[in-house]
Design a protein around this ligand. Structure first.
Ligand code: HEC
Length: 153
């Protein structure tokens, strides 16, 4: 009796410990990648391609719609004719992100014409602004002029 009970008892404890451990670790994971959050966003790999393909055709050195130029950090931080559009750490105050949420029929919805951003693209902009809107100097942070595409908007 004693001999057969011992292994069952210790399995029971181990089983409980395993369950507790699993419960805790899955909670941790849920917090880290909670609703709407992306682990981390990189300007060059994640944000730059969105601005380049969706925004630059109307917000470049020559076509500066709304007074907003997004070709590099310096000009982007000057904002639009109505003021700053990027408030690092505060996506809700950053028009650069907020205009992408607006329904297409709203005046300031962006892109002004063409397809809206995907949910994934909006989340990237949100997370990037929230993380401090890091935007490198120099070539890495400079968009490509796309004169060939102008007018197709
Ligand atoms: C087809 C042209 C076009 C494209 C593409 C475009 N915009 Fe605009 N954008 C405009 C025009 C025109 C204005 C000025 C009128 C307005 O605010 O609606 C403007 C204004 C803005 C403003 C200033 C809004 C304000 O109230 O001051 C922001 C911010 C902006 N755009 C962000 C973006 C972003 C981000 C993208 C890419 C996701 C983008 N735009 C793509 C044409 C465009």
């Amino acid at each position: 009796m004693k001999i057969s009970q011992a292994p069952i008892f210790s399995f029971g404890i181990a089983g409980v410990a395993m369950l507790v451990g699993m419960t805790f670790s899955s909670c941790d994971r849920a917090t880290e990648t909670g609703e709407g959050e992306i682990a981390s966003v990189d300007f060059v790999n994640d944000v730059k391609p969105i601005l380049q393909t969706q925004c630059i055709r109307c917000h470049n050195d020559e076509t500066i719609m709304g007074g907003l130029n997004l070709m590099n950090r310096e000009v982007a931080m000057r904002g639009s004719s109505r003021g700053p559009v990027i408030v690092p750490g505060e996506p809700d105050k950053s028009l650069l992100y907020r205009v992408t949420l607006m329904p297409a029929d709203e005046d300031h919805a962006m892109p002004a014409t063409g397809a809206k951003l995907t949910e994934a693209e909006k989340k990237i902009l949100f997370q990037w602004v929230k993380d401090g809107a890091e935007w490198p100097e120099g070539e890495a942070g400079t968009m490509m002029p796309i004169k060939a595409n102008q007018g197709k908007a």
